[in-house]
Design a protein around this ligand. Sequence first.
Ligand code: DX5
Ligand code: ZN
Length: 218
Amino acid sequence: MIQMAPSILSADFSRLGEQVNLVEEAGAEVLHIDIMDGHFVPNLTFGPALVKSIRAQSQMRFDVHLMVNEPEKFIGDFAAAGADHITFHLETTPHVHRVIQQIKEHGMTAGVALNPSTPLDGLKYILEDLDMVLLMTVNPGFGGQKFITNVVPKIQVLHHHLTQTRSACQIEVDGGINLETAPVVGKAGAHILVAGAAVFSQPDPQQAVKDIRQAASL
Ligand code: DX5
Ligand code: ZN
């Protein structure tokens, strides 16, 4: 079954706790938490303190998406704050294998993210070590952007490879996922759908979680 990962980037921060509870009650399995450093991406968000502040009130898997240079500096802090999973970008460090090991040593699962223009080739010697690959379907940095259709073949190729090799590694897609694009990524083979604006900018975020999941499974 397709898993839903609402992104709090588009939540109302003045009542973040309530918004987290809302999507959890709607059945979301994963909470997607976008960390931006103003260097790798042209925007700033939050840090481990925010993760810690919402950890106590949710059982969802906390999926931390690091859009930061030198990701190795922050793994321990997010682990201590209660992250279950960390994804970092292939483009942010020459020591990709080392960072994956570091994440696992802290008892978390590990993912690597690829920007829309980054080919799958860089995964070749690390795929067996990964729990998840995050394929960006927008350029990282902002919520509410338009889905980049050219990424769809990349999802298909990765899905085919994972099936052939009987890999348990999951494919997460992030950016511009909504009722129109969910069926496209669902068919292409995505396992986890991140959705920010299409959930939290809607009048009924709970219905949105259910509708997007259903649209992706058709
Ligand atoms: C973008 C972030 C996304 C963002 C997606 O850089 O990684 O997780 O929240 O937002 P939507 O779903 O609105 O495109
Ligand atoms: Zn994200």
